[in-house]
Design a protein around this ligand. Structure first.
Ligand SMILES: [Zn+2]
Ligand SMILES: [Zn+2]
Length: 123
């Protein structure tokens, strides 16, 4: 278990994690993903440095590079997952064919390999 904060660079594999995120985002954009800028705070004018660096994405990227293909990814977050990370998690689950189980402050999101979430987006 490893703990990530937004824009975290303390992890020894930070470079690999951010590279993995960059590759993922390129693939997501091809799938039609557009960052939901409504989740940005006023300070976060740079999309790349802000929502791309949300802790759950770092944790997903870390799992992708550190566990064998197909391994289920478990995340916990002490806040509510933002809508953009929710969308990205669905896409990543489909893209990588990995199940992602994310427990946030309110519920458990179970992202399936066909790109859906158990919460049906009611969150
Ligand atoms: Zn987020
Ligand atoms: Zn959900």
């Amino acid at each position: 278990m490893y703990e990530f904060y937004a824009q975290d660079i303390r992890h020894p594999q930070s470079k690999e994690i951010y590279e993995q995120l960059e590759i993922l985002h390129e693939q997501l954009i091809k799938l039609g993903y557009q960052p939901n800028e409504s989740v940005l705070t006023k300070k976060e004018i740079n999309v790349e440095l802000s929502i791309y660096g949300h802790s759950e994405r770092l944790a997903i990227a870390f799992n992708l590079i550190s566990t064998p293909p197909g391994t289920t990814i478990y995340l916990t977050k002490n806040l509510r997952m933002c809508i953009d990370c929710h969308e990205v998690s669905k896409l990543i689950a489909r893209l990588t064919q990995r199940e992602i189980i994310a427990r946030d402050k309110l519920r458990i999101h179970y992202f399936t390999k066909d790109g859906r979430c158990s919460c049906d987006d009611h969150f």
